[in-house]
Design a protein around this ligand. Structure first.
Ligand code: 5GP
Ligand code: ZN
Length: 141
């Protein structure tokens, strides 16, 4: 398992930084984004450090997509959004700001006006925790 001591998501995987966890298995972790674009905005990551889609091993990204699918289904069951985006950004020009590969799981509503490149705005942690509990309850085995 590759670990980068300077990587914020590796610190979350190691338990050195907190997160609002939704799901984990041997290879992946899913948790709430702290700057949610919409309620339920979550991230799925491999536990092993890989910078982006170009660096990651096939098996690791496959496991991460599997977890993103699980979270998307749980978010749909819990929050009934009109749709869900799975978004993976590789490289600063694509909007990547944390250089540990991740998939965003973003519940969408008709006319919510979201665009691909956005400015992060901190969310209310109590509200993020409340929504996380709804999604967590719908995670399938
Ligand atoms: P990117 O811009 O790289 O596609 O997405 C990085 C995401 O990570 C952003 O949506 C940002 O809000 C989120 N993020 C950055 N730092 C933290 C953190 O410490 N905890 C959590 N839960 N999310 C973070
Ligand atoms: Zn990392």
């Amino acid at each position: 398992m590759s670990h980068d001591p300077n990587c914020i998501f590796c610190k979350i995987v190691a338990g050195a930084l907190p997160c609002t966890k939704l799901y984990e298995d041997a290879a992946t972790l899913a948790f709430m984004d702290i700057n949610p674009l919409n309620p339920g905005h979550a991230l799925a990551i491999p536990k092993s450090h890989a910078k982006d889609v170009f660096a990651i091993e096939e098996e690791a990204i496959a496991a991460t997509v599997k977890t993103a699918r699980k979270v998307a289904r749980a978010a749909r069951a819990a929050l009934s959004p009109a749709g869900v985006n799975l978004l993976q950004s590789s490289g600063p020009a694509a909007g990547q700001s944390v250089f540990h590969l991740h998939f965003h799981i973003i519940p969408r509503h008709t006319g919510d006006g979201l665009r691909f490149n956005w400015t992060p705005v901190p969310g209310d942690m109590a509200e993020i925790g409340r929504v996380a509990a709804l999604i967590r309850a719908k995670i399938e085995a």
